[in-house]
Design a protein around this ligand. Sequence first.
Ligand SMILES: *[C@@H]1O[C@H](CO)[C@@H](O)[C@H](O)[C@H]1NC(C)=O
Ligand SMILES: *[C@@H]1O[C@H](CO)[C@@H](O)[C@H](O)[C@H]1NC(C)=O
Ligand SMILES: *[C@@H]1O[C@H](CO)[C@@H](O)[C@H](O)[C@H]1NC(C)=O
Ligand SMILES: [Zn+2]
Length: 976
Amino acid sequence: MDMPGEEYKGGGIKISRNAAIFIACTFGSSLLLVGLLCGLLPADDPCNIQVPEPTEPPVEPVETTKALMTTERAEPTPSPGPTASAPQPWDSLRLPTDLIPSHYDIGLRIYIDDEQRFVGSISITMECKQSTHLLLLHSKELNIIPTSVRMLSVDEGWLLPKGPPRLFPANQYLIVEFDEMLTAGKSYIFTIAFYAPLEDGLVGLYRSSYQANGETRYLATTFFAPTDARKAFPCFDEPAMKVTFNLTLIHEDGYIALGNMPLLRSESAGTGWTRSVFAKSVPMSTYLICFVVCDFVEKNTTTGNGVLLRVWAREDAKDSLDYALEKGAQVLDFFDGYFGTQFPLPKMDMIAIPDFAAGAMENWGLITYRESALLYTPGVSSSSNKQRVCAIVAHELAHQWFGNLVTLEWWDDTWLNEGFASYVEYLGTDAAEPDWGMTDQFVSADLQTALDADALITSRPIIVDVETPDDINQQFDTISYNKGASILRMLQNFLGEDTFRKGLANYLDEFAYSNAKNTDLWRVLTEAAVEDGKADIKVEEIMRTWTEQMNYPSINVTRDYTSGFTLSQNRFLINPAANTTTDYDDLGYIWYVPLKYTTSAAPNFTDPTLQWLEPEREQVSIDFDDGMTSEDWLLANVNAYGFYRVNYDEKNWDLISKQLTEDHEAIPISSRAALISDAFNLAVSGQLSMVTAFNLTFYLEDEQDYVPWSVLNQVLGYVDLMLSRSQAYGLFSTYMRRQVEPFYNYVGWNDTVGSHLDQSGRVIAISLACGYGNEDCVNTAIEYYATWMADPENNPVPPNQKSRVYCTAISAGGQEEWNFAYQEYLSTSVATEKNILLAAMGCSRIPWILNSYLELSIAPNGTIKAQDAENVAGYVASNTIGSDLAWDFFRVNWDFYRNEYGSSVFQFSDLIESVTANFNREFQLQELLDFIETHPDQGTGSRAFAQAVDQTRANIRWMEDYEEEVMEWLEWAVTA
Ligand SMILES: *[C@@H]1O[C@H](CO)[C@@H](O)[C@H](O)[C@H]1NC(C)=O
Ligand SMILES: *[C@@H]1O[C@H](CO)[C@@H](O)[C@H](O)[C@H]1NC(C)=O
Ligand SMILES: *[C@@H]1O[C@H](CO)[C@@H](O)[C@H](O)[C@H]1NC(C)=O
Ligand SMILES: [Zn+2]
């Protein structure tokens, strides 16, 4: 799965449920699918119970069969009183392991156009491991048809359920009890039929829509990860319960159907209906199942290794598919080689879904994307959009091995899937686009994001216990993705590329079609290390310190300026005053730290010296080799492979600063980026003087590389956020304008000049220059926008600069400029363009416009899709003029937001983070605490709220400790 990204594109409004309830006979090729209205079941000959398939859409009203409504909340066995007996199996959030499924036959009839519902049946072949009379399945918001429930013992014939099945909605269970025991060692086949509305949601089996030629077209699609397969059919919805499955879909004519596996055949299923039958799947987890019924078009190619790769989109977007197709084929072949195991399916489909909750989802053989993550339109889309497409394609393709072939045992290891894919997506992207400097980009993107998030007391260990769906959803966060990726990159660096790859190949081999835990990976990597003569590297012992406790160390490097230096480690917290008791265990907050260093006396950036810091030794002293003088600098954590911060004594910082000012290229890009980030973060936490950190920014005048600027943009962006209402802001603006000017003049506005990285650098240069009021920049932006307004058919704005140009013009303009953007938002069908406009409309400086914009975003049946409201609130909040408005609006409309996003994977936490990001005053903290106290039902937002409190406290501290100091420094710097 990948995160939605900065822009969000969501779905429609929830529809009311179908009042009239229909049921259908069932279908499919399975010998066991049971006809519901066909009277009694025949005797115990399974061969006799094949039921004629419906010849026309079934429209039998349910009068005779009362369906089991999910709303009825049929509680199982009367709740025990105070004399409570032992807890029941359904009280546990984990399925019992008495029954283990091996195969599903799934048949679904999907009514997309008029009735908006689906009916289905599933036959589950299972093995009884331990005798039981109880079957528990996951089922969520499905209406069960009680008379359809059947259990066949392969040896002994039919077993009758004891009464109708019951639901236990609290834990999303369906409970079926039998009079007779199911016997250990025997096989059973369970069949059940069900139906549900096909809602315009974003999870389970849902309906999405788009506009073509002025009409609305529909599609049915799925999003099951992590716990919503159970919303489409009852199943054992846990990742370790891998099954093969046969899928048959019956859908209206005029649509095509796609599944994980190739289509075997498509045939008529009565007037107006088509039956699509798919090949039997490989063994896989339920969360990876996917199918889509749509009227899309495709482009295809065959990869070097013979896999049919197709990319799909609505017809109007067909011309935007080529880039993903080309890069997808390259990356798929690259991973075949990298992992040493061929992609096991005969085909791979990648499809752009108009309404989509995440960025993409790695369903095996059928990857779904939001449009902005798959479509790239040359001449219209920006280069960052291009990079996003390539990186997300690489991420999802990496999952085909790491996640799909070998799957996490349980969601406490979510990071194994996500951290891994987030790391190797850089390798895949680098293979497809070797000029993009992906190794350096990792430092400004994933690494810094992870270090920021993990410096809070409200962070979490990578591995934590999880049970409820809300817990599981909250696992899909920066810690799993970015920290996971960062520590794997560190591991690869100290193990060595070859050993790491060998270990991975062995791991994929050993656990193919099965499940594994982090300890399995450590064991296999340790074995590879031993084979390669590196037995001293105790992978598990080392990695436990990075995965089982939260946060990370700062490494204190102190030179004696005669012979050498000493190293020590401290747990790093951005706010050391934070209350340090947490819910999580720790290993004493001491780590195994691999530290590579070099010096200006003998610079070596390719193979620097490795020094370990171990938990047992508080301090390590190292002597320099000869030739080191007191005027040479020492650089530790070369190229930022380590997941920690490095602090030096003041003199060494000054030596580094001097080097940067004299010739910054003597220090490589990744290290420059890390130095800036470390200095500012150490300063904020009180371990380094703010003056030392700000002094490092002097060299900016000469910096022309994207990655260090990107990090500067982040750390100074934080300063900007803190100072935005301070009297120091004027000075800060002046300083920033001055420092970015040479870079701005160097890159210019001509988007066609320079490499991909130059283009990315230009975006930052223009963004900062315009943002801090560089006159030439602002005027150019306003001019571009005015030219466009005069001739809307011809947009002259360079694609890469659209965000900043639109924002600048709307910020400087009034109602007319805003309205123009809104009209363009309504008329464009390009997803990325819509997102840019949506963000730019939040840049207005006119409060009533911002307020109407917020109102517009949540209007029922409005022009802005309901799910986009989350981003609108975030955009308005990030505007200094709008931040209070957004926070008030968020509180007033809490019910709406809680309802819409309260169980989402990424969106809810993003929203909470963005509406509180600028809080740095006591009264804001108080408002936040009051709100949390009066709104205890926070769904997937609970951790985000706790983090917002922590971050606000850190911000308040920053203001108290540094506002004045920074102002003095700025005064000195701008007059210097
Ligand atoms: C599942 O599909 C395969 C073809 O892909 C077929 O051979 C097999 O019989 C099917 N299984 C059942 C139970 O229908
Ligand atoms: C691949 O594309 C070609 C040309 O557009 C088309 O004729 C062919 O049917 C496609 N192949 C598949 C397997 O979809
Ligand atoms: C860093 O090390 C030096 C010398 O060992 C010590 O004086 C200083 O207090 C240490 N700083 C931190 C933050 O531990
Ligand atoms: Zn992922």
